[in-house]
Design a protein around this ligand. Structure first.
Ligand code: NAD
Ligand code: MG
Length: 393
């Protein structure tokens, strides 16, 4: 049967990779809606190729530009968060790829969860910001949640097919998240304050959007993934280990009580987890070349928390609970944007994150409004610190 698919954030790296896989299987997938924020020309090109019923852009001005580019085509254009929520929850939609970057991805992902969709979740910030509420919405809405993040997709594949969300019942001892270590794994620590956005975005193994590339360089990305794993698989922080594996061939592992360790391996290409989640429980071709292990050296190292303080912050957020993770996520988005804008130094991302996170409430959120307020407050505090740091001395 053909699946009707909404791709939120179709103009991004994950969105483009999703369309690449979809284009290989026109009999299986029909694109229902595409959405983009800034790159209207790219969105128009995707619309011409995939002929969705809807396209969503942030505002009327960009809607008018897109409409101009799509003259003669029967594609309805919606705007804003309500447009994103509408195409995520439309009754005609089967699956929703959540590939918007940052906290902006939360509202439409929640709409898809409440509407009981099959959710392909790339937007890890949704789980970091609102893990409890989002998982509750998935359960209440009867949605199916399939992780796209390569590590979590690997864990999903390495857990038993009937995994109940209770690790001990399935004999799971630990989860191992692998990390490449990013572009600064071997850079002398004293040089880190001087690294540029260009260097931080040049990832050795993966081609990704700018925000997640910087997160990989600080290892905040792995920290966000620790929190993501806690919610997706209902594991305690003490059961999550991070190991640096620079080749990115093993995408993560599950360690069982009997001593077995089950892993998923492959070439580092996001089309593998995307194709896996699109077709699950079946398998389809993704365009990724087969893995050749001959001559490959797979190595493993302990992460250095001195070099990567952002990774330690994520474990601290889990230990503290309350609004810590929400605040950490918001502060980090602001700090990364300021670093990309050359307002603060690379090493200052971690200090902004730490200071803002430690001001967060220790009581858990009662509802979405609480989270949105915590997010707003953390962004305001981060903004103030960034201003102080970026002021010329
Ligand atoms: P990207 O920056 O390449 O693309 C982001 C997409 O979101 C674009 O389509 C953009 O138009 C849209 N967008 C940005 N701001 C928006 C806003 N305020 N409202 C609505 N749409 C907005 O990012 P990416 O690398 O594709 O990553 C997307 C998500 O997937 C992130 O959460 C990231 O952490 C996660 N992820 C990415 C990778 C990867 O390899 N790229 C791997 C794992 C997880
Ligand atoms: Mg990942």
């Amino acid at each position: 049967m053909t699946q009707n698919l909404t791709i939120l954030g179709s103009t991004g790296t994950i969105g483009i990779n999703t369309l690449d896989v979809v284009a290989r299987h026109p009999d299986r997938y029909r694109v229902f809606a595409l959405t983009g924020h800034g790159q209207i020309d790219a969105l128009a090109g995707q619309c011409r190729q995939f002929l969705p019923q809807y396209a969503v852009v942030p505002d009327q001005e960009r809607a008018a530009r897109l409409a101009d580019l799509l003259t003669g085509l029967d594609i309805r254009i919606l705007t804003g968060v309500s447009g994103l929520e509408q195409v995520a929850a439309d009754p005609a939609v089967d699956s929703v790829m959540c590939a918007i970057v940052g906290a902006a991805g939360l509202a439409p992902a929640l709409a898809a969860a409440r509407a009981g969709k099959r959710i392909l979740l790339a937007n890890k910030e949704t789980l970091v910001m609102a893990g409890h509420l989002f998982m509750q919405a998935v359960a209440d809405g009867g949605a199916t949640l399939l992780p796209i993040d390569s590590e979590h997709n690997a864990i999903f594949q390495s857990l038993p097919a009937n995994y109940s969300g209770e690790p001990h019942r399935s004999g799971v001892r630990r989860i191992w998240l692998t990390a490449s270590g990013g572009p600064f794994r071997n850079r002398p620590v004293e040089e880190l304050p001087a690294v540029t956005p260009e260097e931080a975005c040049a990832h050795p193994n993966w081609v990704m959007g700018r925000k997640i590339s910087v997160d990989s360089a600080t290892m905040m990305n792995k920290g966000l993934e620790v929190i993501e794993a806690r919610w997706l698989f209902d594991v305690a922080a003490e059961q999550i280990e991070v190991v640096i594996h620079p080749q990115s061939v093993i995408h993560s592992m599950v360690d069982y009580l009997d001593g077995s360790v089950i892993a998923e391996l492959g070439n580092p290409d996001m089309r593998t987890p995307i194709a896996h989640a699109l077709a699950w429980p079946e398998r389809i071709a993704s365009g990724v070349s087969p893995l050749d292990l001959v001559g490959k050296n797979l190595t493993f190292e302990q992460p250095d928390l001195q070099r990567f303080p952002c990774l330690a912050l994520a474990f601290e957020a889990l230990a503290e609970g309350g609004m810590f993770a929400t605040a950490l996520n918001a502060a980090n988005e602001e700090a990364v944007a300021a670093f990309l804008d050359r307002q603060i130094r690379f090493d200052q991302i971690a200090s902004v994150n730490a200071e803002v996170m430690r001001c967060a409430a220790r009581t858990p959120a009662r509802d979405l409004d609480d989270l949105i307020e915590a997010d707003r407050q953390a962004r305001r505090q981060a903004g103030e610190r960034i201003q102080l740091l970026s002021r010329p001395t």
